[in-house]
Design a protein around this ligand. Sequence first.
Ligand code: PLP
Length: 370
Amino acid sequence: MVRLSKCSVDKNELNAISGVLKNEFFGTGPLTKQFEDDLSKYFNNDNYSLVCTNTGTSAIQLAIQACHFPPKSEILVPSLTYVASFQAITAAGHKPIACDINENDGLLSISDAKNRITSKTKAVMLVHYNGHVGNLDEYYTFAKENNLKVVEDAAHAFGSRYKKKLIGSIGEIACFSFDGIKNITCGEGGMVISSDRKLIESISDYRLLGVQGDSKKRAQKKRSWDFDVQEQGWRYHMSDIMAAIGIEQLKKFEVSFKKRRKELNKYYRHKLEKNKNIMLFDTDLDNVVPHIFPIRLESDRKIILMKKLKENGIQSGLHYKPNHLLSFFKTKYNLPVSETVYPQLITLPFHVDLKRKEIDLICKIISHIT
Ligand SMILES: Cc1ncc(COP(=O)(O)O)c(C=O)c1O
């Protein structure tokens, strides 16, 4: 079986987890704090602070909550994203406004988003699809001109850079995911990083049921017993079991995972570049750490390809069904580019343990049907 995606762990993660089990302290504590400190070192910008959560979805929800927009504000978001981006917006009490994408890179179309601004629009969510961020300056200029906050859904973009700077160490607010298949994993997990220290302090409370200052206490294995709560909070903290995995994954990221992801992406591209029936989204491998490997091909052939891959024990996926086509987020308007791209999309296996000979086989199957 060639898996579509998977994590990659070894004895380091196993030892780290067994250390937590032996200590019999599973909650959020010193290891979560250590992981946060390690991440701060990685992002290496003193003007930014960060906080870890239990998922990427909760990271986005809490980041939006901390912006204190009026209830039911509108947030522009590309339709081509995981439903997590949309659900996080509604969970925070706001309305996702599905926007179309650019056909060349799958990212938010500014020209479409512009037309969807109303007096209720308070923010734009950029989704760094496949680690690619596009022209970030242009997105921030668009936001500034329209007085919108920017929330980056950087779930796919751990390690990606813009103008040589790490995503998360520039911009306003970036949210990452450390779920089981992300560029680094904690099993499940997430993080918000921002240049707004107060926003991160608020999220540190929200993730622990709004208990003021509890994050600091728990980092020292203490608890707040006599506390105040001033806002809605949630049980969205990271546990030390998750953090223990993340600490080990982060150590491997620059030296191993990042290189491997870029290398495999280049290899796939090299094998597919002469195939005129396959379309690939733009990327910039000098800066991007690719997270998935989506391709586009004519929809009838795509269905045949999925079948052939399956017959050969190769998994495939789809990133993503546009959210404005889901019942809960259905729009009264069409998004022509998203709707054109969606039936053509198929995601091929991509993870750091993928072998070149597996890519060879996948590309051979593709060449037979295209
Ligand atoms: C684009 C995008 N946003 C948000 C998320 C949510 O992250 P998590 O699964 O950690 O909740 C994901 C996860 O797959 C994602 O791909």
